[in-house]
Design a protein around this ligand. Structure first.
Ligand code: ADP
Ligand code: GLC
Length: 485
């Protein structure tokens, strides 16, 4: 049964991407729309969006809208947009006061307000369009107040009488903790007795916690992470709220949009390859090495990393593990990323110390990301925690062996290789410590020189299928269940 879905997100690829949330929002929009659902997606019209090639039009009846947040009035307009080659249209919320900033996220004092505006605008646009969503799907802390507002602020509108809310947690490490002094803005008329009282007494409001309390269904992006966040080790203080929701928490693994991430058709690559054309992959590696100024040698592996440079991703381990590894083993390393200054500085210094062997590209580049997936032999992801992770999935398809820690979505998607039986798709280590990363890298580098085993490992990975088609089915079923409840 086709459903009416209102989907609200802070990121969507390729327009506004900081991480995997963007890929996932874009894929859910594309595949749920293709499955016949009437999906209305709302995204901020960030001034940083590159509008080239995107068809953007104002919506006449949604110009000069106004929303009051706290004591302040915010004017905004609604635009529709479609991506090249697609007729599906989504909505951009154009509010220069909130979204004319250098990037998607800021560390400014009104950060929460920018996303409150997005959330209000999604509700108000539904009202203007007379669109009665059966499902309101919000994502991460940014839009996590929507389930509360559905029961309070917008409750009296008949349009939302049958709307069920879904909150997807892509990352529990970011919760949107705001001073209770902003209570009036956050509550939008709701009674503060509805908020978590210990937070309130401590002078704060936790947006993600509020979403967990009031969403009809909470989901996260892998079954493994759904189990982990119920524990004190991974729940980051929300484990009790999640436990209180009992069976309402579902883990649906993210998929890969193979239209974008497949070496047989990758738009950034001059030549394409499948599992039986690994010569082409080797040639692409040579081109990448030349471009990055890295020196090749016989059987010298190229290890790739593409990542937000954040503690979550295990860079505190790499600070201690990479220098001894580079000193003791023969491999090249390419890192693409930006983030916390301490990690940027470390990588810049590492590059200086190992000219010709280590290349650090500071910044964001979709094109280089595709090249690294194609040209590298291995991909390193030693995450402290990982709700799903997409790069290990991309790496599998590109024949780039993932070296991952056994956590969250990484544990769900990569199987440790057993040379005796020839089964497995990567190198997986358990403990979050330096010795374990070093062990994993040594294991991978030792395997790399055993040609037969390595080829098997590469081809096992390339044969995996994590396409969205299957995962979309799970979202559809979850929505249907909710609507029928
Ligand atoms: P997270 O969402 O936690 O950052 P994921 O693995 O789910 O982790 O998704 C990260 C996405 O962002 C991938 O598509 C990856 O290629 C991309 N990405 C991260 N950093 C960069 C960068 N510096 N340049 C290009 N793409 C990047
Ligand atoms: C988050 C997580 C990542 C996940 C992505 C998309 O940013 O850190 O593991 O793949 O969201 O769901």
């Amino acid at each position: 049964m086709p459903l009416r879905i209102c989907f609200v997100t802070a990121e969507m690829a390729p327009l506004a991407k900081a991480g995997g949330l963007a890929d996932v929002s874009a894929a859910l929009f594309k595949y749920l729309t293709a499955a016949g659902h009437d999906m209305r997606l709302f995204l901020p019209a960030y001034s940083s969006i590159d509008r080239k090639g995107i068809d953007i039009q104002p919506v006449e009846f949604m110009r000069h809208m106004l929303v009051k947040i706290g004591a302040q009035d915010f004017p905004y307009s609604v635009l529709t947009a479609s991506l090249p080659g697609s007729s599906a249209r989504f909505f951009l919320i154009d509010c220069p006061a909130c979204f004319a900033r250098p990037g998607i996220y800021t560390s400014e004092a009104d950060e929460h307000r920018r996303f409150l505006l997005l959330t209000h605008a999604a509700f108000m646009s539904c009202q203007r369009m007379g669109f009665a969503p059966q499902i309101l799907h919000c994502n991460d802390w940014h839009t996590a107040l929507a389930p509360l507002w559905l029961r309070t602020t917008y409750h009296s509108d008949r349009l939302f009488a049958h709307t069920r809310s879904v909150l997807t947690i892509h990352n529990i490490g970011y919760q949107g903790i705001v001073s209770a002094a902003h209570g009036a803005e956050l509550l939008a008329g709701a009674d503060d007795s509805l908020l978590h009282q210990p937070d309130l007494h401590a002078g704060r409001i936790n947006m993600l916690r509020t979403g967990v309390q009031y969403a009809d269904r909470v989901t996260t992006v892998s079954p493994g992470y759904a189990r982990e966040i119920l524990t004190a080790e991974y729940g980051m203080g929300l484990e009790d709220d999640l436990l209180a929701r009992g069976g309402a928490i579902t883990g649906i693994l993210n998929g890969v949009d193979y239209d974008d991430w497949d070496p047989r058709s990758d738009r950034y690559l001059p030549r394409h390859y499948g599992a039986n054309q690994l010569r082409t992959k080797a040639d692409l590696k040579q081109q990448l090495l030349a471009r990055l100024g890295l020196r090749d040698a016989p059987r010298r592996a190229l290890v790739g990393i593409i990542s937000r440079l954040a503690t979550q991703k295990g860079f505190d381990l790499l600070i201690d593990a990479l220098p001894p590894l580079l000193a003791s083993r023969d491999f090249n390393l390419v890192v693409l990323g930006a983030g916390e200054p301490q990690f940027e500085d470390f990588l810049a210094q590492l590059q200086q110390r190992h000219p010709g062997r280590m290349h650090f590209h500071l910044g964001y580049s979709d094109e280089l990301a595709h090249w690294i997936e194609a040209g590298s032999d291995m991909f390193l992801m030693p995450s402290r925690y990982e709700p799903c992770g997409l790069n290990q999935l991309y790496s599998l398809r590109y024949g780039t062996v993932p070296i991952v820690r056994r956590t969250g979505g990484l544990a769900d998607t990569v199987r440790h290789f057993d040379a005796a039986t020839g089964t497995g798709t990567g190198v997986v280590f358990n403990d979050y410590n330096i010795e374990a990363v070093i062990w994993a890298m040594n294991t991978a580098l030792d395997l790399y020189v055993q040609r037969g085993s390595w080829r098997r490992l590469v081809q096992n990975g390339m044969a995996q299928d994590f396409s969205w088609q299957r995962q979309i089915q799970q979202y559809s079923e979850m929505y249907q269940q909710l609507v029928q409840q």
